[in-house]
Write a protein that binds this ligand. Structure first.
Ligand code: GUN
Ligand code: ZN
Length: 441
């Protein structure tokens, strides 16, 4: 937003500090708080009483008392071209890709269709309180333009890139090592650090890229070390066996990516369900991070992610919907399902840690915690307003909550898009529940 300011009043919660340890003690509450926003950045955050008399007259005041304001959610792995096939019945990963994902992705050769779907997708993120995301597009450069342009129109912080696939996929969805490199380079030059956009080199997963293509992806990463890498790792047992067949000379699945220079602090690996010890150590050693995708892992019957192991190995983790393998755009729902995945393994996640994973933890996993994830002044002003009374049952349950941790837990167990009453991006209101909000995108 330019030249104007905004004051938001209400009950606030965020996580301060860094890392996954002691999130309960780092939960910062402001029962009657004030957030001052100027030019899209957080200017001041603290008790309403302290600054209410000095809010500049030019600032608008949005009063959300009775609700809970938290930093905007970060979805660390989601496929925008799979929005229309969410909830497709009956298959595990490799068959699901063949029968549902690939046919859906073919349609994105049509730039107009890609544009419409990108706008639907971005609106869906905002309706669900997701203000930043790391997004898979398709092999078509136009699909990447479409999602970047839709994000640009709202000045969202969004990471995406052209999917690289040159084998084991339908012909219409295949590029070549050279065309994949050239198109990725062109897109990253146009979009990386264009306002709040960031580029990710995006080999889909090892089975759909030849060694030559992975080498080209690695070359691009060496040439542009501050861009991201996003891909999939160790999701499904048949997939892992296939990688072993395709790359017999590599010690592990992770070693395939590592060999081509695709691991590191800006590399985000989705799933990581069946890792070998040396893969965990490899992720930790290289500073690579994981996207935890519980609804997808359950829906595709892929397996159970061990958050405890990630904590032990000190590998950073972000929450992810993985739509359309995942079954919800809501990070509240995703956290609720994540909790159940952990329960099945005698692991745990309390309300404060859940808030951490969906906000500051996601920002840390993407190396964006200096910009996102809490109400620290100077950070970018993305925040959401959660309504503890969104449904009769949520209202009843919330009224019994004796702490903010308990309230957060009720929200993630019972809440979804209905619990997101307002979404702010870049200091501007971009979603208000029940209203269709205009946007030039
Ligand atoms: N592995 C390779 N491609 C995909 C995809 O589109 N979805 C999921 N869940 N896993 C993948
Ligand atoms: Zn995925």
């Amino acid at each position: 937003m330019s030249g104007t300011g905004l004051a938001i009043r209400g009950r606030f919660a965020d996580i301060t500090g860094s890392g996954v340890e002691n999130t309960a003690e780092r939960l910062r509450e402001q029962d009657d708080g004030l957030l001052l926003i100027r030019d899209g950045l957080i200017e001041w955050f603290g008790p309403w009483q302290e600054r209410c008399g000095t809010i500049p007259a030019s600032y608008g005041l949005h009063d959300h008392r009775g609700k809970l304001i938290v930093p905007g959610f970060i979805d660390s792995h989601v496929h925008f071209p799979q929005t229309a096939i969410i909830g497709s019945h009956g298959e595990q990963l490799l068959e699901w890709l063949e029968n549902y994902a690939f046919p859906a992705e073919k349609r994105f050769a049509d730039r107009k269709y890609a544009g419409r779907m990108a706008n639907f997708f971005i609106r869906e993120l905002l309706r669900n309180g997701t203000t930043s995301a790391m997004v898979f597009s398709t092999v078509h450069a136009g699909s990447v333009e479409a999602v970047f342009e839709a994000a640009l129109a709202r000045n969202m912080r969004l990471i995406s890139g052209k999917t690289l696939m040159d084998r084991n996929a339908p012909e219409q969805l295949c590029d070549t090592p050279q065309s994949g490199y050239d198109q990725s380079r062109e897109l990253l030059k146009k979009y990386h650090n264009n306002k709040r956009l960031l580029y990710a080199i995006t080999p889909r997963f090892a089975p759909t890229s030849s060694p030559e293509q992975l080498a080209e992806a690695g070359r691009l990463k060496r040439e542009f070390p501050d861009v991201y890498v996003q891909t999939h790792l160790s999701e499904n047992r048949a997939e892992i066996a296939w990688v072993r067949e395709l790359f017999p000379e590599r010690a592990t699945y992770l070693d395939v990516y590592d060999h081509y220079g695709l691991t590191g602090p800006r590399s985000i690996f989705a799933h990581c369900l069946h890792l070998e010890d040396e893969e965990w150590q490899g992720l930790a050693r290289t500073g690579s991070t994981i996207a935890f995708c519980p609804t997808s892992n359950l829906f595709l019957g892929s397996g159970l992610f061990s958050l405890d192991r990630a904590r032990q190995e000190q590998v950073r983790v972000g929450m992810a919907t993985d739509v359309g393998g995942g079954t919800s755009f809501s990070l509240l729902t995703t956290l609720g399902e994540g909790y159940k995945v952990l329960q099945l393994q005698q692991q745990n996640m309390a309300g404060a840690e859940a808030l951490y994973l969906a906000t500051l933890g996601g920002a840390e996993a993407l190396g964006l915690d200096h910009l996102l994830g809490s109400f620290t002044p100077g950070k970018e002003a993305d925040c959401i307003v959660l309504d503890p009374g969104a449904t009769p049952l949520l209202e009843l349950r919330s009224s019994q909550a004796e702490s903010i941790g308990e309230l957060l837990f009720a929200l993630m167990t019972l809440g979804d898009d209905r619990a997101v009453s307002h979404t702010y991006v870049d200091g501007r209101l971009v979603h208000k529940r029940g209203e269709v909000m205009g946007c030039k995108g």
